[in-house]
Design a protein around this ligand. Structure first.
Ligand SMILES: *[C@@H]1O[C@H](CO)[C@@H](O)[C@H](O)[C@H]1NC(C)=O
Ligand SMILES: *[C@@H]1O[C@H](CO)[C@@H](O)[C@H](O)[C@H]1NC(C)=O
Length: 411
């Protein structure tokens, strides 16, 4: 009897621990499991809609591009939006391809229309391309030229008569995206975003729910509407410590729209100077002091903004991001700190963050889009010029009615 009791004493905590561990794993498995059935349905409806389009339209011209496969969500989104814009500019139907969901492997495809509606409306899925453009009718071209001439050259060739064109080289590659060649695209791209950029309903449903549950009011809504006016901070940490070291060694500047000349007044001094590695690290992986300074710069003269939402990449594999978030939130809510920083309206009353976004089971893949949209809808946005999420938010803000560079700070 004594032996059994002893064993039970040892066993019980162990069993409880194993039980809790299983519960935990079960929870993670379910929370991160993609909505496979829904994705299959969406893929099928993409094919159906594309077939309707090719059977009902005559005289159309098509273009399919070699696109980025892999990298982050916003890297792919920026690439896709540029290609869709180019197709529209040359009166061609854009042949869209699925997103690659990198966290689940380089072959994990998710349907584009589950995320972005713009490039999947009035366009066709790659799955039906062969039907409308059999291989023998396809003209293959390579379009890469000098960055400054790239956009014009692509327009010239795609404006040609050939009905089916496949572009075999990756024209909007990293080097092009970091070059002033991209700036020649901005005037028309800005208009493109304001008319063709649309999230899927899956994304908008979560954004609406988040605004209600976190009590955040978009800048475009009248002040009588429910919720607090807020500013957003994009805290890009996670894998960025390593990434920034690489950017430093290769002496790189901001990414895509972060390089726009109109935005340079938004950069917190000292300005980025790629010949000075200190400034690269300061902008790419800034100290918490520098981040607080950039929030202060905006908050000081806006006493009505007392709520901050932090977009961050904290996760089980990057737990220290939470620590940094809590340090920032602590300072921002401290009356003494706000007084010393010269804030007229007192400290932040509320600080919310990505982990509080009400994501239901099977919705995890959309959370990155929700972050982008929450950053877009704020009165003030503070971000990282090296991040594609930040630069995507910035491009969307500047193409929205009333979007101003003064309401953006890049730390
Ligand atoms: C989100 O909210 C807006 C404004 O209340 C509403 O017009 C829209 O239909 C909602 N969208 C979805 C997908 O729920
Ligand atoms: C590099 O930038 C830092 C920070 O602005 C500055 O203190 C330093 O003097 C600069 N170094 C050089 C060599 O310009």
């Amino acid at each position: 009897m004594a032996i059994i009791t002893l064993k039970w004493h040892v066993l019980r905590p162990l069993l409880i621990f194993l039980f809790l561990l299983l519960c935990c794993l079960y929870y993670i498995y379910h929370a991160y499991r993609p909505p496979t059935d829904l994705y299959r349905e969406i893929f099928n409806s993409e094919v159906e809609l594309s077939k309707n389009l090719i059977h009902n339209e005559r005289g159309h011209k098509y273009v399919k591009f070699k696109q980025l496969r892999g990298a982050g969500f916003n890297n792919q989104a920026q690439d896709i939006l540029l290609y869709h814009h180019l197709a529209l500019q040359t009166s061609r139907i854009y042949v869209y391809q699925p997103f690659i969901w990198r966290p689940r492997g380089e072959k994990a495809e998710v349907p584009l229309s589950a995320f972005l509606r713009g490039p999947t409306e009035g366009t066709i899925s790659d799955a039906v391309f062969d039907e409308v453009c059999p291989p023998e009718e396809v003209i293959h071209v390579r379009l890469q030229v000098d960055h400054l001439k790239q956009w014009k050259h692509a327009l010239d060739i795609l404006n040609g008569k050939d009905r089916c064109i496949v572009v075999d080289d990756w024209i909007f590659n990293w080097l092009f995206l970091a070059s002033p060649g991209l700036h020649t695209v901005w005037p028309t791209f800005q208009k493109y975003l304001s008319t063709h950029f649309k999230w899927s309903d899956n994304v908008l449903t979560i954004v609406n729910r988040t605004q209600t549950e976190l009590n955040l009011r978009p800048a475009s809504a009248p002040a009588t509407e429910q919720g607090d006016a807020y500013m957003a901070l994009h805290l890009r940490r996670g894998d960025f410590e390593e990434h920034c070291k690489y950017l430093l060694e290769t002496r790189q500047g901001f990414t895509t729209w972060g390089t726009l000349p109109i935005l340079q007044s938004s950069v917190l001094p000292p300005k980025l100077d790629i010949s000075n590695t200190t400034t690269i690290m300061d902008q790419c992986y800034p100290s918490l002091y520098r981040i607080l300074d950039s929030i202060s710069k905006q908050a000081r003269d806006r006493p009505h903004l007392r709520t901050l939402h932090v977009l961050h990449d904290g996760a089980w594999d990057h737990p220290t991001v939470y620590l940094q978030y809590y340090k920032l939130a602590g300072a921002l809510k401290d009356p003494e700190w706000a007084r010393r920083a010269g804030w007229k309206g007192g400290p932040m009353l509320r600080v919310t963050h990505s982990a509080e976004v009400p994501i239901h089971r099977g919705e995890r893949d959309w959370s990155v889009c929700v972050d982008v949209e929450l950053g877009r809808r704020t009165e003030v946005f503070i971000g990282n010029g090296y991040s594609s999420l930040t630069t995507q938010v910035v491009a969307l803000r500047l193409s929205d009615e009333g979007g101003k560079v003064e309401d953006i700070t890049l730390y």
